[in-house]
Design a protein around this ligand. Structure first.
Ligand SMILES: N[C@@H](CCC(=O)N[C@@H](CS)C(=O)NCC(=O)O)C(=O)O
Length: 290
């Protein structure tokens, strides 16, 4: 790989292109192997991993349960994307895009598949009439920020995070471009949170739940070891908001679900009952809890 690369006329798949995720990246969709998904006893079956995109859904499910919505009970099954579980035939049938999170709503007569974290948050919020305001202006504000997250985070994760932390070589142009955009996005949030307690206004909504695992983690210094590089301490309204949300018990519960054991944080590979989380939260942590 070199800086003066000239693209050929036709791109071809170089399986050895390197980088942290080289083994799972490919230019074609569809399953690579047959594998049925497990199904538990609860109304919602989640197939996921505790990345920021995965955490959004487990945080909302835990918020719903904490708010007394007993019908939000769920089984959370681990999809290890580094092992290629997202390319199993059962998972692809639930999400043809082969990315976590994916949900099957089995609360009705016919199972409903939902993929894309934004669609999952909206599906659950509408179903339970929670964390999504009824007032048209507040609802529009919530949805605007929800979709802002969906469009913006790929620049943070796939752009900045990829080139700063995961790419096989440090490419100044790419890091510069995505650091600039990431800082601009943090400033968008900081200005918004200077005028409102929560992203959509006075109340905590699915917009906060979507944005916090990415930008809250970044502002709290937990993403890509980039807090000094991006001077995240400058975004003090984002910090205030992020710390406040981090203190919510449902957030502390949801963020550890589908986390692979072996990280220095509390981890719960699969969740099938509230007691699973209780046990994981009371287990000792070796170091570096975030
Ligand atoms: N826009 C999607 C993004 C999902 C996504 O990128 N998931 C990543 C993990 S954070 C994934 O499953 N990657 C596996 C792969 O690309 O093969 C969403 O919000 O649900």
């Amino acid at each position: 790989m070199s800086d003066d690369y000239m693209p050929p006329r036709v791109w071809t798949w170089d399986r050895e292109n390197g980088g942290e995720f080289a083994s799972i990246n490919r230019p074609i969709a569809g399953p690579t192997h047959e594998k049925t998904l497990p199904v538990g006893r609860h109304p919602f079956q989640l197939y996921s991993l505790a990345t920021p995109n995965g955490q959004k859904v487990t945080i909302l499910l835990e918020e719903l349960l904490a708010a007394g919505h007993e019908q939000a009970e769920y089984d959370a099954w681990l999809i290890n994307i580094r092992d290629g579980d997202q390319f199993g035939s059962g998972f692809v049938a639930v999400n043809p895009n082969s990315k976590i999170p994916a949900l099957v709503d089995r609360s009705g007569l016919t199972p409903i598949r939902v993929f894309e974290s934004g669609a999952i948050l909206l599906h659950l919020a509408q179903k339970f009439g929670a964390f999504l305001p009824d007032d048209p202006a507040a609802r529009a504000e919530t949805l605007s920020w929800l979709f802002w997250q969906m469009g913006s985070a790929p620049y943070l994760g796939g752009g900045f995070g990829h080139f700063y932390a995961y790419a096989p070589s440090k490419i100044e142009y790419a890091i510069d471009r995505f650091a600039m955009e990431t800082k601009r996005q943090l400033d968008v949030l900081d200005r918004r949170l200077a005028e409102a307690d929560y992203i959509a206004g006075d109340t905590y909504t699915i917009a906060d739940i979507a944005i916090w695992p990415w930008y809250g983690a970044l502002a709290r210094g937990h993403l890509y070891e980039a807090s000094e590089f991006l001077s995240v301490q400058e975004y003090r309204h984002v910090r205030r908001w992020a710390d406040r949300i981090a203190g919510r018990p449902a957030v502390q519960r949801g963020r550890i679900v589908n986390r692979l054991p072996g990280s220095s944080d509390r981890a719960l590979a699969e969740r099938h009952a509230a007691a699973d989380i209780d046990a994981a939260l009371s287990a000792p942590v070796t170091d570096g809890e975030v």
